[in-house]
Design a protein around this ligand. Structure first.
Ligand SMILES: O=C(O)CCC(=O)C(=O)O
Length: 288
């Protein structure tokens, strides 16, 4: 089967047409999908009424799945491979722990020593308007920098922390999150292990570069994020129920815009494919 693709934006992404994830898929068809994933950075598959088991099973074809030990409060109690990204209140009526997940520009699990290869997010319930997600092509962002800037950042490491937007909303969670996830230094320029291309690896979870103070680091971090999120590098996804979006965390970053009425329900479930080890625990002295 030749997989049919439709571009999603100038910058990145393709929709995969005519596939049904409830049916068996041959190795050669999956090979075409994986090739498209490497080529386009993001894939969209619409209209997939799949079970949790089918979501996990399809995700496993991309590689070993994270059991989300770094985010224990947000994983599904029976399916640790599924991370809940939801504003549906908990059984006792208290707000969902993950209602602000993803509302900073980031690449998944960059704050760990095995940052993710890719993620597969399934939309179970979406608000009538808004709740969009934006993606940035970090190859294109890197390639558009001047030779001087590329040289300046070549050996820098950003210190990634497991932060979320709306800090202070749940201090107990923040304390536990910091204990589980000490700051990790990641290269600002990362070579994609499969394509060999260089990509910017930065985001709003980075507050400083290794060996520099926050004050010294801030202007360059701000510049790189502003640069990478210029419209020509972006795709904005408007979700429909039963969409699955698959992204390559090694060459894209993304943000959940939170542009919707919080009284409306938004429920997403994510599998996270483990990547290759990258980065090191940041030296205490470097963490300001
Ligand atoms: O909910 C979204 O739109 C994106 C969630 C997210 O950022 C993530 O799962 O990493």
């Amino acid at each position: 089967m030749a997989v049919a693709l439709r571009p999603l934006s100038y910058a990145l992404g393709a929709e995969v047409l005519g596939i049904d994830l409830t049916r068996p898929m041959s190795e050669s068809s999956f090979g075409e999908i994986y090739r498209a994933f490497l080529d386009h950075g993001i894939l969209l598959i619409r209209g997939q009424k799949i079970t949790r088991e089918q979501h996990i099973e399809f995700s496993r074809r991309f590689g070993e799945l994270d059991r989300h030990e770094a985010l224990p409060r947000d994983r599904h109690p029976q399916y640790p491979e599924l991370l809940m990204v939801t504003n549906v209140p908990q059984a006792d009526g208290s707000p969902s722990n993950s209602r602000y997940t993803g509302q900073l520009w980031h690449s998944d699990m960059s704050f760990t020593l095995v940052p993710s290869l890719g993620s597969l997010l399934r939309a179970a319930k979406v608000p009538p308007v808004g709740g969009d997600t934006m993606f940035a092509n970090m190859y294109a962002a890197y390639e558009a920098l001047s030779a001087g800037m590329q040289k300046l950042i070549a050996d820098l490491h950003g210190i990634h922390r497991p932060e979320r937007k709306n800090a202070g909303v749940d201090p107990a969670w923040e304390q536990e999150n910091r204990r589980l996830n000490p700051p990790v230094a990641q290269p600002v320029v990362r070579t994609h292990p499969e394509t060999g291309r260089k990509a910017l690896y930065i985001g709003e979870k980075v507050k400083s570069f290794e060996g520099m103070t926050q004050e010294e680091s801030r202007p360059l971090i701000d510049y790189l994020i502003r640069h990478a999120t210029r419209p020509q590098f972006l795709y904005r996804h408007q979700w429909q129920p039963d969409d699955i979006v698959i992204w390559d965390n090694r060459c894209t970053m993304h943000v959940a815009l939170g542009d919707y009425d919080p009284a409306q329900r938004r429920h997403m479930e994510r599998t996270t494919v483990l990547g290759t080890p990258c980065g090191h625990v940041a030296a205490e002295a470097a963490v300001h």
